[in-house]
Design a protein around this ligand. Structure first.
Ligand code: HEM
Length: 451
């Protein structure tokens, strides 16, 4: 029997959102098993909005850029981000920017934007480059290099340079890395109670470790300054002189670490997969990097056009944030449907990028979609939405692009990698998308580039 979301207000011509009425657990399992087919099936049967039961609540599963546009533009201020994300990550990442709403969010974003100006991005790149060169140069060749693990470790190490920007002892660095991993993993805990030894409890402990760490260093950071993100977050202010308090800096730093980490790791892994499956593209982007040469300056990043298209196409094929949740804070209307207050709405960003009306041959890796001649993303302003949209649009998108391109520029010049032609990665979409097998590739050094 179909499920129905509430009643449309008397006298209105709004429709009600309907769904398959499937048991919540079965629904989650079906989405996990094949989210693309499941989403396409729901859209055929129910249109852009379908009512699902999952994670113990009713969810309006919103597909297509039209729905995303209304929800993210949020013109009638009917949707809040904080209460929707709170359930997933609230206890570990509280008062991060994405968990704030409306006027308070606006004020904090205005300050934080000052930390992501081109001048500051250039500073972060200068801090990051030596570490990228050194660490990539040390990558061992292997017939079975697990790319996901390598990128994860690399971004964690770089985060200490560019986010924290302090010389830490080995044990201090290990402790922070551990805490950070535990905090990120806690969000996907199945048992969402502080049971000793389990993920949720470890996440709470990790939050405390990270808070203590940042609070203990903030005085020194404020005095010393620097080009790393922690130092910049301590000093940024709006034109009218509004700054972050110590508590704000600590809350935002912990959130930023999380927001930057898995997302970039997933994007780089996806790029590695598609560039291994499409060696002609790997050669093409390698040539561009070789022409540009070793010393990549911030203002030359724009020259890496092929790499930019490959990154965008990888973000389309496997968006690291597969869904964007919002909570309706009052009754509202969405594409002619009634959405009652307190409803959770989830924009299906991962599967939206596979809708054939917007993306011809959606499963094909075709980076030239993003070339100036084609610009297939222009078909709708939210057709390509890996960074979200509206007021909560990712503040770190240029940071991410810079870091990913800088790493790939290094990698391409010194290594090549391949997978057997029959290989298809086993993608796990139960949380952020990751390849279950870690993406094993044959990684070899390019002889002429031996260091
Ligand atoms: C490829 C990498 C990345 C992807 C795909 C990505 C994706 C996203 C998405 C989809 C959102 C919007 C969530 C929502 O509306 O609920 C978001 C928000 C955010 N991201 Fe990213 N992100 C990436 C990298 C980064 C990096 C590197 C940073 C920081 C250095 C960062 C910081 C943030 C912050 C602070 C927000 C909250 C913005 C707000 O609420 O106003 N992200 N990101």
């Amino acid at each position: 029997m179909q499920a129905v979301l509430g009643d449309a207000p008397a006298g209105s011509d709004l429709k009600v959102v309907r769904g398959p009425g499937t048991n919540g657990l079965v629904q989650v399992l079906r989405l996990r098993r094949n989210i693309f087919d499941e989403a396409a099936g729901l859209r055929t049967e129910f249109g852009d909005l379908a009512l699902l039961k999952a994670f113990g609540i009713k969810i309006v599963y919103a597909q297509g850029p039209e729905a995303a546009d209304v929800i993210l533009a949020n013109r009638d201020r009917a949707y809040a981000s904080g209460p929707a994300w709170e359930y997933l990550i609230g206890p570990f990442f509280r008062r991060g920017l994405m968990l704030l709403d409306f006027d308070e969010h606006h004020e904090h974003k205005r300050i934080m934007q000052q930390a992501f100006t081109p001048a500051n991005l250039k500073g972060y790149m200068d801090v990051m480059m030596p570490g990228i060169r050194e660490r990539i140069a040390g990558w061992p060749v292997s017939d079975n290099a697990q790319m996901y693990g390598r990128f994860k470790e690399l971004t964690l190490d770089l985060a200490l340079d560019v986010f924290v920007g302090m010389q830490l002892t080995e044990s201090e660095a290990a402790k922070i890395n551990r805490a950070f991993i535990d905090a990120v993993r806690a969000g996907s805990a199945l048992i969402r109670k502080p049971v000793p030894g389990l993920r949720w409890k470890k996440g709470l402990t990790a939050r405390k470790v990270l808070e203590d760490f940042f609070f203990s260093k903030i005085g020194e950071k404020r005095r010393q300054g620097g080009s790393d993100l922690f130092a910049v977050m301590c000093s940024v202010e709006t034109e009218d002189g509004i700054r972050f308090s110590d508590e704000d800096v600590v809350n935002h730093m912990i959130f930023l670490l999380m927001a930057a980490h898995d997302t970039s790791t997933t994007t780089m892994t996806t790029m590695a997969y598609y560039l291994a499956k499409n060696p002609e593209w790997q050669d093409r982007v390698r040539q561009q990097s070789q022409q540009l040469g070793d010393d990549l300056a911030y203002d030359r990043l724009g020259d890496l056009t092929g790499l930019d298209w490959c990154m965008k196409e990888s973000l389309r094929l496997c968006g690291p944030v597969p869904g964007i949740p919002r909570r309706a804070v009052r009754d509202t209307e969405l594409l002619g449907h009634h959405i009652p207050a307190n409803t959770t709405v989830v924009i299906s960003t991962l599967t939206n990028h596979y809708i054939p009306e917007y993306w011809p041959e959606p499963t094909a890796f075709d980076p030239e979609r993003f070339s100036p001649e084609r610009r297939e993303d222009k078909i709708h302003r939210l057709a390509w939405e890996p960074f979200g949209g509206g007021v909560h649009r990712c503040i770190g998108l240029h940071f991410a692009g810079m870091q990913i391109k800088a790493i790939y520029h290094e990698l391409l010049q010194h290594y090549q990698w391949s997978v057997p032609s029959t290989y298809e990665w086993p993608l796990d979409v139960s949380a952020l998308p990751v390849p279950r097998d870690g993406l094993p590739v044959k990684l070899t050094r390019i002889p002429s580039m031996n260091r």
